[in-house]
Design a protein around this ligand. Structure first.
Ligand code: ADP
Ligand code: ADP
Length: 226
């Protein structure tokens, strides 16, 4: 667990415009922060800078008290969850969950412990030996969550993870993500263009517009209409 501090963060894409301008946010340890706003407002760019998948043009990003501007994604102690699941099709669910840990030399007993724990939390124990193609969309999304959980990261970074699911599943997964995040106490940043999703999930939300913070506050504060 860790706080995340963005200090005057900006992004200019080479040959492109200014995608993010002067964004400062302090996300508390254990907080669920949602970045919301219309397509193109800079949500994904901001999240990817925290993840280390985009370079930071100006300002600093710190995870805990460590500035991570030049730290590789794998060394940032974060876990991303994407909408396209990013599961390996040729591996079983168990292998998918274990893969990253194996790569970084985690002992087999520790991998087994973490995989079993994640499987129990996500209720995917019954299909650990199946391949992703034999799973439903919701089950795949759970496995994608499992891949993030087994890393035991300081923070989860969600990039519109539910946008491929149908409305009913989206609703139930939304509830699950929220419960899971509170249960684990892991700091989370969640990107969505869906206002309802933002309101349901967020401890606080940040409304971005044209790459700048337009509003920041609790759902009550942001969506209260005068
Ligand atoms: P959102 O996630 O809110 O839809 P993005 O962060 O994807 O917004 O995009 C913010 C702005 O940056 C948009 O104007 C987009 O066109 C631009 N942009 C995103 N990625 C790139 C890129 N790789 N190169 C140039 N411009 C980009
Ligand atoms: P690693 O060996 O770093 O544990 P993988 O080999 O599974 O991870 O993946 C390679 C790259 O993808 C690494 O940079 C890692 O940080 C990233 N990655 C894999 N899974 C996730 C995840 N769930 N969340 C964030 N990053 C991930």
């Amino acid at each position: 667990m860790a706080s995340i501090t963005l200090d005057r963060v900006g992004k200019t894409y080479p040959g492109g415009g200014q995608a993010v301008t002067d964004v400062s946010i302090r996300i508390a340890d254990g907080e669920f922060l949602v970045l919301v706003g219309p397509s193109g407002c800079g949500k994904s760019t901001l999240l990817r800078m925290v993840a280390g998948l985009e370079t930071i043009s100006t300002g600093t990003v710190a995870i805990g008290d460590r500035v991570v501007n030049t730290v590789e994604p794998a060394d940032r102690d974060i876990a991303m969850v994407f909408q396209n699941y990013a599961l390996y099709p040729h591996m079983t669910v168990r292998q998918n969950l274990a893969y990253g840990l194996k790569n970084r030399g985690t002992p087999a007993a520790e991998i087994a412990r973490r995989v079993d724990e994640a499987a129990a939390i996500l209720e995917i124990g019954a299909f650990l030996d199946r391949k992703p193609r034999a799973l439903s969309g919701g089950q795949r999304q759970r496995v994608a969550m499992g891949r993030a959980i087994v890393r035991e990261p300081a923070a989860f970074l969600f990039d519109e993870p539910l946008s491929n699911l149908d409305a009913k599943l989206r609703l139930s997964m939304r509830g699950e993500i929220r419960l899971l995040q509170k249960r684990l106490g892991t700091t989370a940043i969640y990107v969505t263009h869906d206002q309802l999703e933002a309101m349901t999930l967020a401890d606080r939300l940040v409304v971005l517009n044209g790459g700048r913070i337009e509003q920041i506050g609790t759902p009550m504060e942001v969506y209260r209409r005068p």
